[in-house]
Design a protein around this ligand. Structure first.
Ligand SMILES: C[S@@+](CC[C@H](N)C(=O)[O-])C[C@H]1O[C@@H](n2cnc3c(N)ncnc32)[C@H](O)[C@@H]1O
Length: 322
């Protein structure tokens, strides 16, 4: 696998996905600063791009095996950084007395379910690809399925693999150039006929023009709005304008905005989100867009995704354009 296995993860090391705050100028007519409060994913996606290029140089030609290699890497390693040094993969820490699989990985994984701390086997995984595939079947057919803040596009690739639909255009919008580059690298090795397009997108100034001509669009976000402390107040209005018929599907940690007392982990999540300046206004803005008649909310389900980080539990919001 080749990159940085010997890297030392001492006390002063940090996981690359550690928060680095970024402030942006206040737009006109906003009563408080509009800020993006999240991680800088540039290094995170660049390190994965390097890994994928190593696999390609070693002869790998298929997108699904490149994705599998990335997932395998993340089961065993985390990306660590130290001041003044480039990020490097280091072992995923296991508690000293933890029960482990023969591979050395912990058997139990902490998670949050309906606001409560739970432990599940570490190979248990929520299948977002299947959820998205079933939602696409329920509300579709769609001309376009777009993920905003898509990283390297793994949700779109997995959604396609769950139900290969060559009639659909899959559009990934991402803020970080390294994420777009990796997504394009993988897409270029996807099977012929699949229609993927990756481009720059910023939640702070949502431009939906890459969706192009479409009658019906499904717009998805997965743990990306979380990165934006305060979305622009017309965010959902703008998404709803992307096509004549639009369904929005958001898998985001906004449950604590709806019911901060859902359970003990939800109360922890309130603190976690505030400390990191993660999103604080998504639920209010969706309600405001509904009150304005721009969207109708179809479903909100709280902390139902079995996250790998129990402090960052995902909830589901589904809406449609009115
Ligand atoms: C936790 S990752 C999730 C990536 C992807 N949705 C997934 O599930 O694999 C958060 C993503 O949001 C992106 N992001 C951060 N700020 C953004 C912004 N202002 N506009 C669009 N995407 C942004 C990050 O670069 C990163 O790729």
């Amino acid at each position: 696998m080749g990159i940085g296995f010997g890297f030392e993860c001492g006390d002063d090391a940090a996981i690359v996905d550690a928060p680095r705050r970024e402030t942006r100028p206040m737009p006109e007519n906003e009563e408080a600063p509009l800020v993006s409060g999240g991680f800088d994913y540039s290094d995170a996606w660049a390190a994965r791009l390097e890994l994928v290029r190593e696999k390609i140089a070693a002869g790998e030609t298929e997108a699904r095996y490149l994705l599998a290699a990335l997932e395998r890497q993340e089961r065993f390693f985390l990306l660590w950084t130290k001041p003044g040094m480039p990020p490097a993969w280091g072992p995923r820490p296991v508690e000293p007395d933890a029960e482990t699989w023969p591979s050395g990985n912990g058997i139990w994984q902490a998670t949050s379910l309906r606001g409560n701390l739970a432990r599940v086997p570490s190979y248990a995984e929520f299948r977002i690809d299947l959820l998205l595939s079933d939602l696409a079947a329920t509300y579709g057919p769609f001309d376009v399925i777009a993920e905003l803040g898509c990283g390297y596009g793994r949700n779109l690739f997995k959604l396609y693999d769950a139900n290969p639909d060559r009639q659909v255009r899959y559009v990934g919008g991402e803020y970080m150039a390294s994420g777009i580059e990796l997504a394009k690298e993988i897409a270029s090795r996807h099977e012929a006929g699949a229609r993927f397009n990756f481009c720059h997108f910023d939640h702070m100034q949502p431009d939906l023009s890459p969706i192009g001509q479409a009658q019906r669009a499904m717009i998805v976000t997965v743990h990306s709005i979380e990165q934006i402390h305060r979305l622009p107040r017309d965010y959902f209005h703008r998404l709803a304008q992307a096509a004549p018929e639009v369904i929005g599907v958001h898998v985001e940690p906004f449950g604590h905005q709806v019911d901060p007392a859902l359970g003990p982990m939800t109360r922890e999540q309130v603190k976690f989100a505030a400390e990191r300046r993660w999103n604080s206004n998504m639920h209010n803005l969706a309600r405001r867009a509904e009150a304005d008649g721009a969207i109708a909310i179809d479903q909100i389900s709280l902390d139902c995704f079995m996250p790998r980080d129990p402090f960052n539990a995902s909830s589901l919001l589904v809406w449609h354009r009115r």
